[in-house]
Design a protein around this ligand. Sequence first.
Ligand code: HAM
Length: 431
Amino acid sequence: MEFTRPRGTKDFLFDEMRRRKEAESLLRNVFENYGYQEIQTPLFEELKLFTTKSGEEIVDQLYNFKDKSDRELALRPEITAPVARLYLNELEKTASKPIKLYYYGSCFRYERPQKGRFRQFWQFGCELIGAKSPEGEAEVIAMCNASIKKLGITTADININHLGIIRGLFAHFGIDVATQRELMIVIDKGDKDLLKESLIGENPIIDNAELNEILLELIDLVGDKSILPQIEALVKGYEEAEEAFAEFKELIETLDSSKVSNYTLNLGVARGLDYYTGIVFEVYVPELGAQKQICGGGTYGLVKVFGGQEVTSTGFAFGFDRLMNAMEELTEQKELESNINVFIAPISDDVRFKAFEIAQTLRENDIATDIDLTRRKFKKLMNYANNKKVKNVAIIGAKDLEDGKITIKNMESGEQSLVNLDEIVSYLKGE
Ligand code: HAM
């Protein structure tokens, strides 16, 4: 019988795990420097938490199941809806705002697996609950930018849009929610020909030529701040869209004063999830090809949809696996040093107990220590230590022990030193 990994999942081996832990710790550092605190939510939730805003269609992308008491549950496809639930259950009445929280954990989506797209993947993300825009939004984007820089992902481009602009136009022309959603899905695909067909083809999704002309021009606008006047001209006279445009402009000014410069205004960013209402952004790393989106986020109103008081929230999530791919592409991958400081090699059976005693003392003193567990001959032990690239080998021989000493071989220089038993700790610590 052969067992294989489930489709769309990954095993992580030693070096990869160490690199992931390192990146995770850098991100924690950045997020905590911005005043965020970590939370954790369950891996599964009630199914309706994810269908309430997004509709039943989302079930296609979910791992959902009934438990033994017939409860409808789903593995979480993302962590924003669970955080909104946690906020309502635990924080709404007690915590002072704004609340800044972050999370790291796996998510599950039933997708067609390919490079950078998995069925189990990890998100590292944050939610800022109850801050005023545009300051809150600018700070969130600045933190996203600081994280990317810290990881050495130099080619990342933050693409920003304000969904209030397009939603304002939808409202003005009285477009129903189902039609809006249908068009947003097309915009999110990023396929310009399909979009053109859907707007001015034979069977346009929206039956309104005036709106379709505006949308066609608007969604195509991508560039730096110099495109702002073009957007302004397109939304002129549509009050709600004008208000959103003013917010968008204010965000850009605040971002400039936060010294964030690697952004692009991109009116074609629609976001796949339904809960966004204001600013949205996606970060692209071109070197990653089809799965170039390493991060997505924006401002949303989920808490109200779940029955709480309206509260402005902004957040984003990095696709952690894609961050790792981007780092592999863009940064020098240094060979990792062994995390074992010393390998203890007893030369003969009669020193075995003493060798264990020494190992124990070293570990109690926070020196990463490995010891022979195979009773192999000395030469084989040295080969093993060499393959493992340990920094030192402590050679334990009966004769040295009689003099209260052991030999420590530095595996890099080849140098050997005779060290007093009561000085091994300070010797290995380089004191
Ligand atoms: P999202 O864009 O659906 O947003 O996911 C965030 C990131 O997760 C994506 O940009 C991508 O890098 C990564 N990702 C998504 N699906 C996969 C997959 N199948 N395999 C590997 N990586 C993937 C959200 O989930 C929102 N909750 C973000 C947010 C937080 N908005 C506000 N707060």
